[in-house]
Unconditional design. Structure first.
Length: 259
């Protein structure tokens, strides 16, 4: 059965820098394919320490939503492990925005690009595939970094990741029909000068999308101090939709989101 495992739930500099929560990425298994979203600092370590173990050499793909450090630092080592340790040759797919690959400061090292079998430049519009999984990118607004949320459609349901972004009223439409909706909620209160979702904005998206299950993650300090678990509980009651706050290592199996 498919599942999503949160190897890390840290968002923003302070929580990542102090490692108040782990900053590893999210492991996704759908229709027997294994994908890794946003391999931040510590992703390889958290894979190896995971119980039951997660073998990164078995990955089919890595999705980088944007170049910021807390999402991308382990991408190079993970690309190498995905290909080299498993196969001794090219293996796996890398999905990444153009500015992770080109320009002044690309985060994917050039010599590592020999490892994946294919590199897909993310943009909104095309439908990418990983066998039975269809992958859609959703354009976000997040400072100078070209950033995309992702929707993964598979026989095991539709799973959406609303990653770092400023709130825009168009967002919910792009995540329509998601059975599981994961949202990066860095801030407790809206902060217009920062391109990150706050709790009330995340609530607005959940209210409109109406997923079977919503998961809050990627917490900054203001969220952690306010106790994410209790905030999620209150949101569930307010919206009459199940909302939970991710902890490091939380695994959610597909039967919790399938309708
Ligand atoms: Zn970011």
């Amino acid at each position: 059965m498919g599942f999503v495992k949160f190897l890390g739930t840290a968002g923003a500099r302070f929580v990542v820098g102090k490692q108040l929560r782990y900053s590893a990425g999210t492991w996704i298994e759908l229709s027997e394919r294994k994908l890794l979203l946003d391999p931040g600092p510590g992703t390889l370590l958290r894979c190896r320490k995971s119980r039951p173990p997660l073998d990164p050499e078995k990955l089919d793909g890595i999705i980088l939503t944007h170049k910021h450090l807390d999402h991308s630092t382990d991408v190079n080592v993970m690309l190498e492990v995905m290909a080299e340790l498993g196969h001794k040759g090219k293996k796996g797919i890398l999905f990444a925005p153009r500015d992770c690959l080109e320009g002044e400061d690309p985060v994917v090292l050039r010599y590592v690009r020999q490892y994946p079998e294919r590199i897909e430049v993310l943009k909104e519009g095309p439908v990418y595939t990983v066998d039975e999984i269809r992958v859609f990118a959703v354009q976000h607004v997040h400072g100078d970094a070209e950033t995309y949320g992702v929707v993964l459609d598979s026989p095991e349901g539709r799973v959406g990741f609303v990653v770092d972004t400023r709130f825009t009223p168009e967002l919910p439409r792009h995540y329509a029909g998601c059975d599981l909706l994961v949202l990066n909620v860095v801030r407790l209160k809206p902060t217009p000068e920062i391109d990150h979702l706050s709790l009330p904005e995340a609530a607005e998206i959940i209210r409109e999308v109406k997923p079977r299950l919503a998961v809050l993650t990627h917490f900054g300090m203001t969220m952690l101090r306010a106790r994410p678990r209790e905030l999620a509980q209150r949101l569930s009651e307010e919206l009459d939709i199940e909302v939970i706050a991710a902890d490091d290592g939380l695994t959610i199996e597909a039967d919790r989101w399938r309708r």
